[in-house]
Design a protein around this ligand. Structure first.
Ligand code: KIV
Length: 266
């Protein structure tokens, strides 16, 4: 087995321009498949509210449910770094965020927590880091805030939009985030963010210039009911098995073939 992926590994990958491959998982069986295929980061996302529980969004997901699924995934991983989402309102103030992160790390065995944030939530990121929690800050489109944000919209459009996103990225990095994750951003603004920060930047629907890519597992296996997100791709359609589909995704990210122009926002 190659050595477990750590924050230092991700920093080294950014320095060496080696793309980071990330995917979501919610259970032991899929975790084993992803780990076996060499996925670097496995996220137990609160997208489980939609893809596992059948809710229309992520807001109903509880901390206990996140901890349960994170624990299941942790048993299937030997190499990948395990990241887990702080679900809606489990991070609304500093004390609650630190207590919630403790649950995900102690009971869930997560290596890193992900918090949806803008510059306004930088004090939460700072407090988590001060408490010894490795943090990924998720900005751009924040699914927990879609009701406030007016839906699943591409972020960073126009001069003001771009400046806002760049300011968020800088503030979250300055607060000590180890990793940034940006969702649904125009590809040129994502490239500006990538150049502006020293920490690894993982993108979803954010173009090819990010240091890494992540997708929701069920989206890239073509299992999502209805119209799949335009930034995703069904890797199972051309593969013989789930293992081959995950390996094809990892290869496509590492070889710079995913995301292709049709998966990007201009
Ligand atoms: O919850 C999730 O799956 C996520 C990804 C969209 C990055 O946050």
């Amino acid at each position: 087995m190659s050595r477990p992926v750590t924050v230092a590994t991700l920093q080294r990958m950014k320095r060496d321009r080696e793309p980071i491959v990330a995917l979501t998982a919610y259970d032991y069986a899929f975790a084993r498949v992803l780990d076996g295929a060499g996925v670097d980061v496995v996220l137990v996302g609160d997208s489980l509210g939609m893809v596992i529980q059948g809710h229309p969004g992520t807001t109903p997901v509880t901390l206990e449910e996140m901890a349960y699924h994170t624990r299941c995934v942790s048993r299937g991983l030997e190499r990948a770094l395990l990241m887990a989402d702080l679900p809606f309102l489990s991070d609304h103030d500093v004390a609650t965020a630190v207590e919630s992160a403790a649950v995900l790390m102690k009971s869930g065995r997560a290596h890193m927590v992900k918090v949806e944030a803008t510059a306004e939530q930088a004090p939460i990121v700072e407090a988590l880091v001060r408490a010894g929690v490795p943090v990924c800050a998720h900005f751009g489109l924040r699914p927990q805030r879609v009701l406030q944000m007016g839906g699943y919209r591409v972020q960073g459009r126009g001069d003001d939009g771009a400046e806002q996103v760049l300011a968020d990225a800088r503030a979250l990095e300055a607060a000590g985030a180890d990793v940034l994750l940006v969702e649904c951003l125009t590809a040129d603004v994502a490239a500006r963010v990538q150049a502006a920060v020293d920490v690894p930047l993982i993108g979803i629907g954010a173009g090819p210039q990010c240091d890494g890519q992540i997708l929701v597992l069920q989206d890239m296996l073509g299992m999502t009911p209805g119209r799949p997100p335009s930034f995703s791709h069904d890797f199972l359609a051309d593969a013989g098995s789930i293992q081959d589909a995950v390996a094809a995704y990892a290869r496509a990210v590492r070889e710079g073939q995913f995301p292709a122009p049709e998966h990007c926002f201009g």
